[in-house]
Design a protein around this ligand. Structure first.
Ligand code: HEM
Length: 504
């Protein structure tokens, strides 16, 4: 008797689904039930008030009121693109990372961004551009969170919140103010190199395709024997590099404040997929002492070290949904894989903490479960619960070690070893060399690039009311290159004698 009864029930269920089931075109509430009327609220007759019982209306308003999440505290304005990275060279002598096995193909998601202004700000503004890449590797996600410029303003994470506060709009007037950020930078001579980059036309790239990407920091590659090599990463655009003059940028901004996003969507839609080749520079630990600067200082490039190409990235698919993918993407220098580790760079060490921390606040405890952030391999640990958890843990064991449900460590994931000696301390690095590479950069520019740099920089420095701040800044550029300093001093009507007196 049991079987016929079951059959009758399933026939009944089928009949229900054929006649009444909600299907893909049915408008529903969040509980999946159909919406009866999406045009008229439920009222007490033609002249009465709206009924609290209109659960659809209430839910619609509640969800609307909760659409915004905190924007990123920096890099709020961005554009994401999916693609693929193909490793082209055997570098197993440097790293055991599977992503770098020759011919290995790895899906990626890249988010390009501006840094300082808010989510709706123009993409023409002078700023570094973020260039963050998430590699969904066969050993977990690796994020290379870089910029379009090769160095950074500061070398110690302890200065980052102050620097960003000075660059963000004023807490009083809500306007960015060169008086504030040059006040800060006049105390930070190591910013001279990055400021020279940012105030050149590299600070206003023409679009996102025609710019390079840089890892900026030195990282460590670790091979199967545990041997460490220091490495810097550089994405070289196959589209070449194109920057805007301040005049071009102003003209574009007058008619389009999303020109870079628009350009990327158009290129990918037309099948003109942008590509970047990934290059590395390497140093053995014993070579770190060979320079008159500290190679782990993020304000320095490794000039004169040869680059080797290790792979190519192609971006070929725009996200289906901006919020779900681009906005909820969470990149972090803490997302590392066996064979790639942070170096002792003091700026990077702070970042290794900061990103996951802000994302726990911005997106919640389970943000790594979101499709755009989820590793493509099984995530196997006993971190549990928390808001928005939609995992599927069935085991009674939620601890390790266990004989009942064993999850084993894998030696490949052990961190590399390093001998350390000395005292705990709070001291600036030795071999600071704040100006030399800014001078090298200035002299590498042609006539027009130098003229644009001076004009761009004078435009902001000339607004600084405090003469001491202005002259300290001028003395930094003068120490980078005397011609640079003299031309800038003339452009802002400064006093060259005062500038020279400030040279230590
Ligand atoms: C100690 C120094 C730094 C700190 C504390 C810091 C902190 C942050 C924070 C909190 C975010 C927002 C992350 C989010 O909400 O998802 C962010 C975004 C970002 N940062 Fe940094 N940052 C630092 C330096 C740098 C440097 C040196 C670079 C480039 C090499 C960089 C590149 C980026 C990029 C590209 C993003 C945007 C990632 C995305 O597209 O979602 N940052 N940073």
């Amino acid at each position: 008797m049991k079987t016929p009864m079951k059959t009758t029930l399933s026939i009944l269920a089928l009949a229900i689904s054929a006649t009444t089931a909600v299907n893909a075109t049915t408008l529903t509430r969040d509980n999946g039930a159909p919406v009866g009327d999406n045009q008229n609220a439920y009222t007490a007759g033609p002249h009465g008030g709206v009924l609290l019982q209109d659960v659809h209306l209430i839910q619609k308003l509640q969800r609307f009121a909760r659409e915004r999440i905190p924007e990123r505290v920096v890099h709020a304005r961005g554009t994401g693109v999916h693609g693929e990275f193909v490793a082209t060279r055997d570098i197993s002598d440097l790293t055991k990372a599977a992503v770098f096995k020759k011919d290995m193909k790895t899906p990626v998601f890249v988010r390009f961004s501006t840094v300082i202004h808010s989510k709706g700000s123009p993409e023409t503004l002078r700023d570094p551009r973020g260039f963050a890449t998430k590699f969904y590797t066969s050993e977990g996600n690796w994020d290379l969170v870089g910029n379009n410029l090769p160095v950074f303003f500061i070398r110690d994470a302890i200065k980052f919140p102050d620097m960003v506060h000075s660059l963000k709009p004023s807490p009083v007037s809500n306007q960015q103010d060169p008086n504030r950020f040059f006040d800060f930078f006049s105390h930070v001579p190591e910013s001279t190199h990055m400021l020279t980059w940012v105030y050149s036309d590299y600070g206003t790239p023409a679009n996102l395709r025609q710019m390079d990407g840089w890892g900026v920091h030195s990282y460590k590659m670790v091979d199967a024997e545990g041997d460490v090599t220091y490495v810097k990463f550089h994405w070289k655009s196959r589209q070449g590099i194109k920057n805007l003059s301040a005049k071009d940028a102003a003209e574009i901004q007058a008619r389009d404040f999303s020109h870079a996003t628009r350009d990327m969507y158009a290129a990918v839609a037309s099948g003109d997929y942008p590509k970047w080749d990934l290059y590395i520079k390497t140093l053995k630990p014993s070579q770190l002492a060979d320079f008159d600067y500290n190679p782990l200082d993020a304000t320095k490039m490794w000039l004169g070290i040869k680059e080797t190409m290790v792979g190519t990235m192609t971006l070929n698919r725009m996200p289906d949904n901006f919020f779900q993918e681009t906005e909820q993407a969470a990149f972090s220098p803490a997302n590392i894989i066996p064979g790639i580790e942070p170096s002792e760079d003091r700026l990077l060490q702070g970042r290794v903490f900061s990103y996951a921390d802000t994302q726990l606040y911005r997106l919640g405890a389970n943000h790594q479960q979101l499709p755009v952030n989820r590793a493509r391999v099984a995530v196997n640990n006993w971190n549990q619960d928390g808001a928005g958890n939609h995992g599927h843990q069935k085991s009674e064991v939620n601890y390790q070690p266990s004989r009942i449900d064993a999850r084993r460590e894998d030696g490949r994931g052990r961190y590399s070893e390093k001998a350390v000696t000395g005292h705990t301390q709070q001291k600036a690095i030795e071999k600071k060399q704040p100006f030399v590479q800014a001078g090298v950069l200035y002299r590498s520019f042609g006539k027009k690039e130098r003229a644009n740099l001076i004009r761009n920089l004078a435009g902001d420095l000339g607004k600084v009311r405090d003469s001491k701040t202005m002259h300290i800044m001028l003395s930094y550029f003068y120490q980078a290159d005397a011609d640079f300093g003299k031309r800038l001093t003339k452009a802002v009507k400064g006093n060259l004698k005062q500038v020279k007196n400030l040279v230590k």
